[in-house]
Design a protein around this ligand. Structure first.
Ligand code: B12
Length: 352
C-alpha cells in the first residue's frame, strides 16, 4: 500500500530513519499513517475496561488529536530477550520491568538510545511527539508492519517473539507507510497462553479481563481501582509475583527461542547487583536504602509507595508455602501501614 505520491526525498528519509533505528539496536522499525486506529475502542468496550482506561484508549486511537501537526507515525521495537535475567528475580518481577525499557529512567541504556534517536530526528529537521504511552502502540505497530498479535494479546516481532517494548513517534514528516502485518501468527488452535494464565484473566483468545491481570492487583490498583487491599479471593493466584507476571508469554511456543538461556548474551550490571541483594524478606522489611537501590531502579512505572511492595512481599510469602517466613511476617504486624499489616496477617494464616 506504499503511496505512489511519495517523493524520492521521503523514501530516502525513510531509509535513513530505518538505518538509524538499526544502528541504535532496535530490532524493527516501521511507518504508518496518522489515520485513526481501528478496533481499539470496540475492543476496550468488549473487555469492559474501567472508565479511566476506556478514555485513555479512546484518546490514544486518534493520533491526529495527539499531535495535530503529525503526518506519519514511526514505530520502533526493541528486543530485550537478549538480556540475561537473573533467575532470582524472574519468579517475582516481569521481564518488561527488569529490562528497564518501558519508560526508561534518565541515565539508563534505553533512555540514552531514545535520546540518540530523538537527536537524529532533530538533525533531520523533523518535529515530533513521542507516544508518551498515550498512543495505542500495538494497533499502530500492526499497521506499521512491525508486529503481529498473539492470542495472549501480545505484540510479536517475527523471529524475535513478544519480549519487545514498543515506542512510537508522531512526526511532521511524510514517510511511506509500510504494509500492515497479518493480524495473528499463532499456531492454529494453540491455547497454551490461556491455559497458563494463573488468574484466568486471559479468558479466551484476545479476551483479557484487565482487572484480573496480576499487574492490576499488584501494581495498578493501589492508585486506581480497588485501592490498597487486594480482595482475599484474588491473593492466592498471584503466587510469588510482586510486580507483573509473564506466565502467558513464558508458555508461548512463539517465545521459546527468546526464553532459551543460551539466547541471553547481554549482562546488565544493575540487574546483577540487584539480584545479589534481592529477597522477599528485604522487600517485606524494606531496610534503609533498599527501596532506592533495589526497588526503584526496576519497579518505577506505577508504584511510588514502598508500603505497596511490602504488601506484595507479604502476599508472595503467604503463597510460598514456606513457614520460615512466619517470623518475618510477625515482625511486620505493627507496621504503620494498614495494608502491610492485614496482608501479613493473612499470609501468617496461610503458612501456619
Ligand atoms: C492498558 C495497558 C495495560 C493494562 C491492560 C492490558 C491489556 N492487554 O489489555 C494492564 C495494566 C493490565 C497491562 C498489563 C501488562 N502490560 Co500493558 N499496556 C497497556 C497500554 C497502556 C494500553 C494497552 C491497551 O489496553 N490498549 C487498548 C486495547 C484494546 O488494544 P491492545 O490490547 O493494545 O491491542 C488490541 C486491539 O487493538 C485488538 N485488535 C486490533 N486490531 C485487531 C484485529 C484483529 C483481527 C483482532 C482479533 C484484534 C485486533 O487486538 C489487539 C491485541 O490485543 C499499553 C501501551 C500503549 N500505550 O499502547 C501497554 C502495553 C500493551 N503493555 C505492555 C506490557 C509488557 C504489559 C505486561 C506484560 C507487563 C507485565 N509483564 O506484567 C502486562 C501483561 C498484560 C497482558 N497479559 O496483556 C506492552 C506490551 C508489549 C507487547 N510485546 O505486546 C505495551 C504495548 C507497552 C509497550 N509500550 O511496550 N497493560
Amino acid at each position: 500500500m506504499v503511496s505512489g505520491k511519495m517523493t524520492t526525498g521521503s523514501r530516502a528519509l525513510a531509509e535513513r530513519v530505518r538505518a538509524k533505528a538499526a544502528e541504535l539496536g532496535f530490532c524493527k522499525c516501521g511507518f504508518t499513517t496518522m489515520d485513526d486506529l481501528p478496533r481499539v475502542s470496540e475492543e476496550a468496550s468488549r473487555r469492559r475496561y474501567p472508565d479511566f482506561f476506556q478514555q485513555m484508549v479512546e484518546r490514544g486511537s486518534h493520533p491526529r488529536e495527539l499531535y495535530p501537526a503529525g503526518r506519519s507515525i514511526i514505530v520502533l521495537a526493541y528486543d530485550f530477550s537478549r538480556i540475561r535475567f537473573p533467575e532470582k528475580l524472574t519468579p517475582h518481577i516481569a521481564r518488561t520491568y527488569l529490562s528497564r525499557t518501558y519508560f526508561p529512567l534518565a541515565g539508563s541504556p534505553m533512555r540514552d538510545r531514545l535520546d540518540a534517536f530523538e537527536a537524529f530526528l532533530e538533525e533531520e529537521g523533523i518535529a515530533f511527539e513521542p507516544d508518551r504511552n498515550a498512543l495505542m502502540m500495538r494497533p499502530a505497530a500492526l499497521r506499521a508492519g512491525v508486529i503481529t498479535f498473539g492470542r495472549n494479546n501480545f505484540a510479536y516481532v517475527d523471529g524475535v517473539g513478544s519480549l519487545v517494548t514498543l515506542y512510537g513517534y508522531l512526526v511532521d514528516a511524510e514517510l511511506p507507510p509500510d504494509e500492515p502485518s497479518p493480524d495473528c501468527a499463532c499456531p492454529p488452535g494453540c491455547h497454551t497462553c490461556i491455559d497458563a494464565c494463573p488468574t484466568g484473566a486471559l479468558k479466551a483468545a484476545f479476551d483479557l479481563d484487565l482487572e484480573k491481570c496480576i499487574l492490576w492487583d499488584n501494581a495498578i490498583c493501589p492508585r486506581r481501582g480497588t485501592g490498597p487491599e487486594i480482595p482475599e479471593e484474588r491473593r492466592d493466584p498471584i503466587g510469588e509475583h510482586v510486580h507483573g507476571c509473564d506466565a502467558c508469554q513464558e508458555a508461548c511456543p512463539r517465545n521459546q527461542t527468546a526464553l532459551d538461556p543460551a539466547h541471553a548474551t547481554e549482562t546488565d550490571p544493575v540487574l546483577e547487583r540487584i539480584a545479589l541483594e534481592f529477597s522477599l524478606e528485604s522487600l517485606l522489611h524494606m531496610p534503609d536504602g533498599f527501596y532506592d537501590e533495589c526497588v526503584q531502579p526496576i519497579m518505577y512505572n506505577y508504584v511510588r509507595d514502598p508500603a505497596v511492595f511490602q504488601r506484595n512481599a507479604a502476599v508472595a510469602m503467604g503463597n510460598s508455602g514456606d513457614p520460615r517466613y512466619i517470623p518475618h511476617l510477625e515482625s511486620e504486624l505493627d507496621n504503620p501501614d494498614d495494608a502491610v499489616r492485614s496482608h501479613a496477617r493473612w499470609a501468617i494464616g496461610r503458612l501456619s
